[in-house]
Design a binder for this molecule. Structure first.
Ligand SMILES: [Zn+2]
Length: 248
């Protein structure tokens, strides 16, 4: 995983020469489910986009693709086109995942859909695709991955359903998590601030969507210390609303 991540970053660095870094992550769980993801900084600073004007609810689209397809011409394509398989989830599983994402993002000014035509009709800068797929080998073992702030850039997020044992809950929480990254969120981490300099205790805060929420019924958004520093307070919902706005 580390080797492949390094390669990913290396290719991006060569392609864009911008300040690319990945966060080291730690495996907290003791079972075989991989950690939520590897978050990658988007090469062109998309996360610094200004706040968008609020529009009608259908303006911003999160498209969840369970059906497989091909990704080409994106920052992921360091090996060429990526042909990705369907999710392997049955209809019920897909509905569970879709409902959970819809619930988690309910207060934001966007729609969550499995209808590719809604994605196609949305403006490039108002849409994000999430591919739920069994095809993880091109990247490495992780629950998923996404570029930070990739919303509106054409770079899909990924959730690797097979590595999550096709578990409806795990795939749901991982999907919410990766989409959070696309809307600029970092991990919610746990820091020891009683020492100087502060020390990161855990990359993933338990029970939070942007931490690790596999082991609670429903992960929550939060306001807490981000993975990038103990003095950096991340308000998950406010920060995502900075990109798409809240529902009116
Ligand atoms: Zn993550």
């Amino acid at each position: 995983m580390k080797k492949i991540t390094t390669l990913v970053l290396a290719v991006i660095i060569f392609g864009c020469s911008k300040n690319i870094e990945s966060e080291k992550f730690q495996v907290q769980s003791t079972n075989k489910i991989p950690p939520p993801c590897v978050e990658l900084e988007y090469p062109n600073g998309a996360s610094k986009r200004p706040r968008t004007t609020q529009g009608p609810p259908s303006k911003n689209v999160l498209f969840v693709d369970f059906d497989g397809g091909t990704v080409s011409g994106t920052s992921w394509n360091f090996y060429g086109p990526i042909v990705y398989a369907p999710s392997g989830l049955d209809e019920e599983g897909q509905q569970v995942v879709l409902a959970r994402i819809t619930q988690a993002y309910d207060t934001l000014n966007l729609i969550v859909t499995t209808d590719s035509s809604k994605y196609s009709r949305a403006k490039h800068e108002n849409r994000q695709q999430l591919n739920v797929t069994t095809t993880w080998e091109w990247f490495g073992q992780a629950g998923g991955t996404a570029f930070i702030g990739s919303f509106g850039t054409g770079n899909p997020g990924w959730v690797f359903s097979g590595l999550l044992n096709y578990d409806h809950h795990f795939v749901s929480e991982a999907s919410c998590h990766e989409l959070g990254h696309t809307l600029t969120l970092r991990h919610q981490a746990v820091w020891n601030t009683t020492v100087v300099p502060c020390v990161k205790i855990a990359e993933y805060r338990g029970g939070w969507i942007m931490g690790i929420s596999y082991y609670v019924p429903f992960g929550v958004w939060g306001i807490g210390t981000a993975s990038t520093g103990c003095n950096i307070i991340q308000n998950d919902l406010e920060q995502m609303a900075g990109i798409v706005g809240f529902k009116r």
